[in-house]
Design a protein around this ligand. Structure first.
Ligand code: NAP
Length: 388
């Protein structure tokens, strides 16, 4: 029997919710993976623990990223840690690893993703804001340099699996399921009074704060529609959203002959992570077995766009073009931070996003080097119209 090769792995955003779940999968397969790169932004304590545990060749920790605490100086003065610290996420991503996982949040992951693909590497990407903004460019780089993009988002991983072996001409639509988020049972008129604590209490998934608030507004599903367009090369009208409370079906592909393929599992991101890390091999034990007989039934419904106006805005941006997608994604980062900080209401998120989308709707396609500029412009506009 051929000996299994050790796969080297860099995890960008290793201290976050996705990053920690990736390392948990790695821990279950210690003979298979060797972690060679890690990164954090604010969580020095956890990064230290991860460095001690995995002994990576390199890591990234931005000294200016946070309020400098005294312990930070110890960290950077410590010879054991200091010699391995690189100057940017992009530099870390540029170092060879068989698979580079991008689990950072926001547009901050853009240049690191580009760096991986420019060296012809494999990019397992959860960082949806980067796909939303630059997915077209990332796919072009994948093709040009012979690398590979593997989605880590559960829905897109499911669609990738359902598309396997399919003739693109036979695909009628891609279907993304949505649980409805933390506030799905709250009467609509109470949404303006919702606190961040309530919106962060997701009924099914345990995720980072930004993506949990985005799930409550369903803006997350809108980002996923754009993500699916970019990853699978389809137009906006070919991506549908289906409400599905149980989050057991993650993604579906509808074919022209009327057939629908779906991927089901116990809701746990470990399946998508394991799918990417072992791609295309299947190995046992990613998630708890799904007992359909015990489950009994599944619920489906159409999304109510009056209840979820952020989804409607994101779908408009998807049709309008890259400029609008970059702008609403950037604005949403600002708005979610402001909502969590308590300076705006939950319902202000959709109201401001709507204005941002209208302002940037005519921008059209954006060159890679202009993305950060549009992002910055959209943030500035967002502050000017709605965020204190
Ligand atoms: N959580 C999920 O289940 C899930 C599912 C699908 C897709 N996603 C997507 O995956 C990405 C990560 O989500 P998450 O929930 O894991 O977020 P998270 O818990 O907030 O973690 C984000 C990670 O990125 C780091 N980071 C944040 N800002 C950074 C910056 N400006 N520069 C460099 N590093 C930075 C954080 O470092 P510190 O922790 O040290 O500050 C942390 O390691 C997002 O794009 C999200 O939409 C998440």
């Amino acid at each position: 029997m051929a000996e299994k090769k050790t796969v080297t792995l860099t995890v960008l955003g290793s201290t976050g919710s996705v990053g920690r779940q990736v390392l948990a999968v790695v821990d279950r397969h210690p003979d298979r993976f060797k972690v060679v790169g890690l990164s954090a932004f604010t969580n020095e304590k956890l990064l230290r623990e991860q460095i001690d545990k995995y002994s990576p060749k390199h890591y990234y920790y931005p000294a200016g990223g946070v309020e400098i605490q005294s312990s930070l100086f110890d960290f950077l003065d410590d010879e054991k840690f200091a010699s391995k610290c690189v100057g940017s996420l992009e530099e870390l991503a540029d170092h060879t690893a068989d698979i580079t996982v991008s689990a950072v949040s926001g547009i901050a992951g853009l240049w690191a993703a580009v760096a991986v693909l420019k060296r012809g590497g494999t990019l397992a990407i959860a960082n949806k804001e980067t796909i939303v903004c630059a997915g077209r460019h990332l796919k072009a780089l994948e093709k040009k340099y012979g690398g590979k993009i593997l989605p880590l988002d559960t829905e897109h991983s499911a669609i990738m699996e359902c598309l396997s072996g399919a003739d693109p001409k036979s695909v009628k639509s891609l279907i993304l399921t949505a649980s409805g988020g933390a506030l799905r049972d709250l009467p609509q008129e109470k949404l303006c009074k919702v606190t961040a604590r309530e919106a962060l209490n997701h009924p099914v998934w345990s995720m980072g704060k930004k993506v949990t608030i985005d799930s409550a507004t369903l803006f997350n599903k809108g980002l996923e529609v754009i993500e699916a367009m970019r990853l699978f090369g389809v137009d906006a009208d070919k991506v549908k959203v289906l409400m599905h409370r149980e989050s057991v079906i993650h993604g579906m592909v509808e074919f022209v002959d009327g057939g629908i393929k779906a991927l089901l599992s116990t809701p746990d991101m470990a399946l998508a992570i394991q799918t990417a890390l072992f791609y295309p091999t299947k190995v046992p034990g990613a998630v708890q077995e799904l007992d359909l007989a015990k489950l009994g039934s599944l619920e489906f419904g159409a999304p109510d766009l009056s209840r979820y106006p952020c989804l409607e805005v994101a779908m408009r941006a998807a049709k309008a073009g890259e400029g609008a997608c970059i702008a609403v994604s950037a604005a949403d980062e600002v708005l979610v931070d402001a909502f969590i900080a308590g300076t705006i209401k939950f319902t202000d998120i959709a109201a401001v996003l709507d204005k941002v989308e209208r302002k940037f709707a005519k921008v059209g396609n954006v060159a890679l080097e202009d993305m950060i500029g549009i992002d910055a412009e959209a943030r500035k506009y967002t502050y000017s119209i709605g965020v204190k």
